[in-house]
Ligand binder design. Structure first.
Ligand code: IPM
Ligand code: MG
Length: 357
């Protein structure tokens, strides 16, 4: 199969980790007889520097017309003080909205080979952590009306959070369907004891749960979920939640395993077009040093094969290769343990490509 992939390398370590994912994709193409055609588009600080905007209209169109989008990471201190409408993050939000990427899947899985990297006590992690956060990505407070004005002689800033029935229903469906393919457990997370948008969220999820009697469904409040994720992460399978709660809980969840650098993500629409990126940031402090962990991006490429291209065998092969490389003892600095083989970003990509079968 031939697939067109738009590549948003972004800033900081973005370019180097994306290079390694492409190396692995090219090896997959070779083994399985596919053709992947890459088109680079600048997004983030690199685009601000060149064009004065975090992504150009042409860049957005390129993303829309491709079969999928692979993203490294955007942003960095250099662009922290540009005006809000031109920030690197703004481009990311725009791409999410324009491509209708409403379903963000963020898996957190403990790789047994690196379980010592977890900051949690051994007795908490030893039962395994394998959960998936389904985060709503194109609604809620991220996309509500925003304003800053003077009221009675002082400055007041407002951000509006709203959800429609249909927005909740479509993300709910993704979550229930995903749970059906996993361990059939779903926790919907909200703040229904305070927020109207959460009360509607809960009502819609309840209605949907009747259509999926096989899924063991629970609702939970976001504060208590934040606590339970630390106390007993093994209890969770799929978690579905709105945009901002998902942003916060997914950072928390990613840290449970201690291997943030290895966590991939997929942002999906109602077509096969999706965007795939590691969940970590652009890490400007280590950019260009060839020490970043490319595994999160490589595993994101695997998700791309699975969700956008329906290449299941190929996706499994990448995940297996990553696991084999860890078994062989290769570690980047962030997951380094005594007695293991320390490698850089490029060498890690080489190892995964070589382990592919
Ligand atoms: C994420 C990031 C983004 C978000 C930022 C960079 C806008 O934190 O993908 O989780 O808040 O969604
Ligand atoms: Mg975040």
């Amino acid at each position: 199969m031939k697939k067109n992939i738009t590549v948003l390398r972004g800033d900081g370590i973005g370019p180097e980790i994306v290079n390694e994912a492409i190396k692995v994709l090219d090896r997959v193409a070779e083994i399985y007889g596919h053709e992947f055609v890459y088109t680079d588009v600048l997004m983030g600080g690199c685009s601000i520097d060149k064009y004065g905007v975090p992504i150009t209209e042409e860049g957005i169109e390129k993303c829309k017309s491709s079969d999928s989008v692979l993203l490294g990471a955007v942003g960095g201190p250099k662009w922290d003080n540009v005006e809000p409408s031109k920030r690197p993050e703004k481009a990311l939000l725009r791409v999410r909205k324009e491509l209708n990427l409403f379903a963000n899947l963020r898996p957190t899985k403990l790789f047994k080979q690196v379980c010592e990297a977890s900051p949690l006590k051994k007795e908490i992690v030893e039962n395994g952590i394998d959960l998936l956060i389904v985060r709503e990505l194109t609604g809620g407070i991220y996309f509500g009306k925003r304003s800053t004005s003077e009221v009675n002689g002082e400055t007041v800033a407002t951000d509006e959070m709203s959800y429609s029935y249909s927005e909740i229903e479509r993300i709910g469906r993704v979550a229930f369907e995903t749970a059906m393919k996993r361990n059939k457990k779903l926790a919907s997370v909200d703040k229904a004891n305070v927020l109207d948008s959460s009360r509607l969220w809960r009502k819609v999820m309840h209605e949907l749960s009747k259509e999926y009697p096989e899924v063991e469904y629970t609702d939970a409040l976001v504060d208590s979920t934040a606590m339970q994720l630390i106390k007993n992460p093994g209890q969770f399978d799929v978690i579905v939640t709105e945009n901002m709660f998902g942003d916060i809980l997914s950072d928390e969840a990613s840290m449970l395993t201690g291997s943030l650098g290895m966590m991939p993500s997929a942002s999906l629409s109602d077509t096969t077009l999706g965007m795939y990126e590691p969940i970590h940031g652009s890490a400007p402090d280590i950019a260009g040093l060839d020490i970043a962990n490319p595994l999160g991006t490589i595993l994101s490429a695997a998700m791309m094969l699975r969700y956008s291209f329906d290449m299941m065998k190929e996706a499994d092969a990448i995940e297996q290769a990553v696991s084999d490389v860890l078994d062989a003892g290769y570690r980047t600095g962030d997951i380094m343990q005594e007695g293991m083989i320390r490698v850089g970003c490029k060498a890690m990509g080489d190892a995964v490509a070589a382990a592919l079968r």
